[in-house]
Design a protein around this ligand. Structure first.
Ligand SMILES: NC(=O)c1ccc[n+]([C@@H]2O[C@H](COP(=O)([O-])OP(=O)(O)OC[C@H]3O[C@@H](n4cnc5c(N)ncnc54)[C@H](O)[C@@H]3O)[C@@H](O)[C@H]2O)c1
Ligand SMILES: [Zn+2]
Length: 719
């Protein structure tokens, strides 16, 4: 792909009014495009820092030519207009953004502005509440008579999306407010976020199942909350901090700080770092303390928010278009650094995917030395995103390039841009290999049946004999959620595989026998000893009995992640039934076995085809059978087919009091029913607890049978 070197933009103070007008329109369109990707698709195309640059330029031009500001200007708007995916909810009190401070001086200016506006005397110091700025998405929760009735996203500030059902699955969010004297109407606002460790684990599971992986915890939280299928949201580890409010029929307190204390009493989780400060020095001290703790906090924050404590003063200060005058966000500097790309290395994964990794000249980014960065795939290097649209403005990445690396939280470092001015004349576009570096077989990009475009991933076609794939499959086999053998991790597999000791899963279980006969004892190896070998054999023996779902997951079949493995285990019950069904399904899509497999709720054609493909291969079946000769697979508890609710679809709604939603769903599934998040004509029962709203109404409209919690318990036999 030809790369047009970018022209440096004209400095703001050199623009003519006509140029400024054109530039503002161009910037507005570009910002709008990024807003759409960020807020509505949860998949930003550029870094936050690059986005903020666009906005800063737009703001600077507007500051020079105030006559050019229009109602459509980015400086006048919040977020993005919601998509049609969810019902729309007008906010009775708008949900705004925050002004930014980037330096200590900006903070001093903010406090001075507040003082001037309020005409405070020299000795009158406005107390300020400092709160970490959680990097998630804001949410408004409406309680009527203490009962949660609606959850809505910010949207464009005046209209948000109705995510009530999704919100009810978040454990931090009370369905009922605690305490007496709860105002009749309370709108509590705060941030939905995901812990960094939960985000990493989720991405790992998503990658294993070849499902969407998220760029950072914020996108992951936003993408998880904004799901049409509520059970998907329920399965995601979302959390919530309360820090603000919208419509309140009465105010329970007179200051910001006391309001937060009240929210905590009412049953919300509030951020424990929140601090009441009495001077500019105080807030700046807090800022530095939080900045130092940032990497150690369990969640991502992108700054500190300062708010005037007295609510009567907040009221007087009011708003300027999209931001309050009584608050400001003091942002942290982006965790970016410039370095040189020395090489691109291709790694071959368990399913044959060729993944390029950037080898960087070591550089410290946000306190951590970075030497590798992900390059995702071939198109990414060329400057093309997953949707076929340009990324980094279409600039490709070449060995020898000077690049800007970004590390957000614990996320794998990424290359956000290339410094074209520093590109060596000799740098050539990267040629992605078309053969596997591990085995020399052809590596191809299959066509994605959904889009008709080539899949973004190039794969080695030699799935059986490719040593790289075999080794990665073994690593997967012993992983934590698979066989999880103590003392046999990636490092040992790497070693045993290279030495020909363990080439296939069964070899793990014959290791002790073979070692007894061998001249070269394991105990004599570097780094091993009699005790560690004894422990290793004991750990292997402990796994000779394994749960069916772990066994299925351990096989490392494409698209079969932990969730699917559980569904399959529950459906087939025993390893014999599973094996027989998979082989029978290989007879073709018309076969009864295939139809049965494809009909398992949550499985679908992609997974079914991957399973069939695996079991069609005699070598895979042999590997499975060899393994079964050495181990015992425990049967799974099969979903019942003779229960009164077998085959029915059930929806739980309202704040359940006799059991948790998770329990109720598990019971339903165990008894062979499907728990769904939304009511339709296909719903058989709606189980409604107190405060049930739109779903109950929908059920009544469609004539779906509605049960109380007690009636449900009677139906399932108190199970
Ligand atoms: N990369 C991209 O393409 C892209 C596109 C759009 C926006 N963005 C990023 O989004 C941000 C701008 O978006 P914004 O308008 O939502 O503003 P913002 O994130 O800068 O500030 C407002 C938000 O802060 C949040 N917040 C967290 N803790 C808070 C607290 N204690 N008190 C009050 N609010 C708190 C709220 O959700 C609130 O809506 C920037 O960081 C920008 O870089 C990036
Ligand atoms: Zn290969």
């Amino acid at each position: 792909m030809a790369v047009k070197p970018k022209k440096a933009p004209i400095a703001v103070d050199k623009l003519t009014e006509t140029q400024a007008k054109v530039e503002l329109v161009r910037l507005a369109l570009e910002i709008e495009r990024h807003n759409e990707a960020y807020y509505n698709e949860d998949a930003p195309k550029i870094s936050d820092a690059a986005y903020d640059e666009l906005r800063k330029r737009s703001d600077a031009i507007e500051a020079r030519f105030p006559g050019l500001v229009t109602r459509d200007s980015p400086s006048q708007k919040v977020g993005a207009v919601p998509t049609g995916r969810f019902a729309k909810v007008p906010h009775s009190v708008p949900m705004l953004s925050l002004g930014n401070a980037f330096s200590d001086e900006d903070v001093t200016d903010f406090v001075d502005r507040v003082r001037r506006f309020l005409k405070l005397g020299e000795d009158e110091i406005p107390a300020i509440v400092a709160e970490p700025k959680i990097d998630g998405l804001s949410l408004s929760l409406r309680y009527e008579d203490g009962v949660l009735v609606r959850g809505a996203t910010r949207g464009d500030g005046s209209v948000g999306e109705d995510v009530t059902a999704n919100v009810r699955t978040i454990a931090d969010i009370p369905h009922k407010l605690k305490g007496r004297n709860i105002p009749a109407v309370c709108e509590i606002r705060g941030e939905v976020y995901m812990l960094k460790k939960d985000f990493l684990a989720l991405n790992k599971r998503q990658a294993e199942a070849e499902d969407t992986v998220f760029a950072n915890p914020r996108n992951s939280a936003a993408g998880s909350l904004r799901q049409k299928d509520v059970s998907v949201t329920a399965s995601r580890p979302l959390k919530f901090f309360a820090y603000a409010w919208g419509e309140m029929s009465e105010m329970p307190a007179k200051t910001q700080f006391k309001m937060i204390e009240w929210m905590e009493k009412a049953g919300f989780v509030t951020n424990p770092l929140t601090t009441l400060c009495d001077s500019v020095e105080g807030v700046l001290k807090f800022y530095r303390k939080i900045e130092a703790q940032r990497a150690k906090l369990g969640y991502d924050i992108d700054g500190v928010v300062y708010k005037v404590d007295r609510l009567d003063w907040q009221e007087r200060l009011g708003f300027i278009t999209r931001t309050p005058r009584w608050a400001i966000a003091h942002k942290f500097a982006a965790e970016q650094a410039t370095t040189v790309l020395n090489d691109i290395e291709i790694q071959v994964g368990r399913t044959g995917a060729l993944t390029p990794v950037a080898k960087l000249a070591p550089v410290t980014v946000g306190g951590v030395v970075v030497q590798n960065a992900t390059l995702h795939n071939e198109d990414y290097i060329k400057g093309i995103g997953n949707d076929g649209q340009p990324i980094r403005e279409g600039v490709d990445i070449r060995v020898g390039d000077t690049v800007i690396v970004q590390r957000a939280g614990d996320v794998i470092p990424q290359i956000v841009s290339v410094v074209l001015d520093k590109r060596p004349a000799s740098a050539k576009p990267y040629k992605f290999p078309t053969v596997c570096p591990a085995c020399g077989s052809h590596a191809v990009r299959e066509e994605d049946p959904k889009t008709g475009r080539p899949d973004s991933v190039r794969r080695c076609t030699n799935s059986l004999a490719c040593p790289a794939q075999a080794k990665e499959r073994l690593k997967h086999f012993v992983a934590r959620n698979a066989f999880d053998i103590d003392g046999l991790g990636e490092k040992q597999i790497e070693e045993f595989f290279t030495d020909g000791l363990v080439m296939s899963p069964v070899d793990i279980f014959t290791l002790e026998k073979r070692d007894a006969r061998s001249q070269k004892k394991l105990a004599d190896r570097e780094g091993f000893g009699a005790t560690s070998v004894r422990n290793l054999f004991a750990a292997i023996d402990a796994r000779r009995t394994i749960a069916l779902h772990r066994f299925i997951f351990a096989l490392g079949i494409r698209h079969v992640g932990e969730g699917n493995a559980k569904l399959l285990a529950r459906h087939y019950g025993t390893v014999e039934a599973f094996r027989a069904a998979m082989i029978a399904a290989g007879e073709g899509p018309q076969s009864e076995a295939y139809q049965d497999l494809n009909a398992i709720e949550g499985v679908g054609a992609v997974v079914a085809n991957a399973l069939v493909e695996f079991f069609r291969e005699p070598h895979s079946v042999k590997a499975v059978d060899d393994l079964l000769g050495e181990i015992e697979v425990q049967p799974a508890e099969k979903a019942k087919t003779d229960s009164p609710i077998a085959g029915k679809t059930v929806v739980f709604t309202g704040s359940l009091e006799k059991f948790t939603r998770e329990e109720a769903k598990a019971t339903a599934e165990r008894l062979g029913a499907k728990a769904s998040g939304s009511v339709s004509k296909k719903t058989d029962y709606v189980v409604a607890g107190p405060g049930a709203g739109s779903k109950l109404a929908e059920a009544n409209k469609l004539g779906v049978q509605v049960l109380t919690e007690d009636e449900w318990l009677a139906l399932v036999g108190g199970a």
